[in-house]
Design a protein. Sequence first.
Length: 193
Amino acid sequence: MISTMPGQLEHEVRFRIDNSEEVIAKLLNRGVCFVDEYMQIRAVFDVGANKGTWLRLRKGKKTTLAIKQVTEQGTEESEVEVSSYEDMLQILANLGFTPKAEHQNYRREYVFNHSSLADPVNITVDTWPEIGHVLEVEGADSEQVVLAISLLGLGSLQPASAIWDIYEEDGRPSILDRDLSFSDDEVEDWRYS
């Protein structure tokens, strides 16, 4: 099965959070609804000499292949849903693509549907190896994201960079060319009962 999402500009803001349980409780008290939680794995591939362009194969609730490109306006993403992570890895290998890195993270999805918003806003809390929790607010356009952040009382949080930048800002080795995964003990420590 393949379904496509044409190139769209991503409208999202990330926040690094220390106490995810406290932040999630605040969000739920403001009308955010829990959707799902699951482990994700992603493989990242360079696309030739095109700086700022990469492929991401991601397996979680569904499996998708995306091409992402940084433009002057932001990051543009075109995505297709594919039926198998492993089969797509093999197809990409047959085409000459080798993953630069493979990353795991644990995702909790929420949705915020408020009368002041034109469309619902998606909220995720991702747990990453080594750096902890990252909250992301994503909507149809930048104005909706900013409004949702205000309605949710998140304005005092400091926006964070891209995930790979957070690792480097933390003094950790770049994740652009190294694998990230959880130990069995870590999975038990951060998973909610």
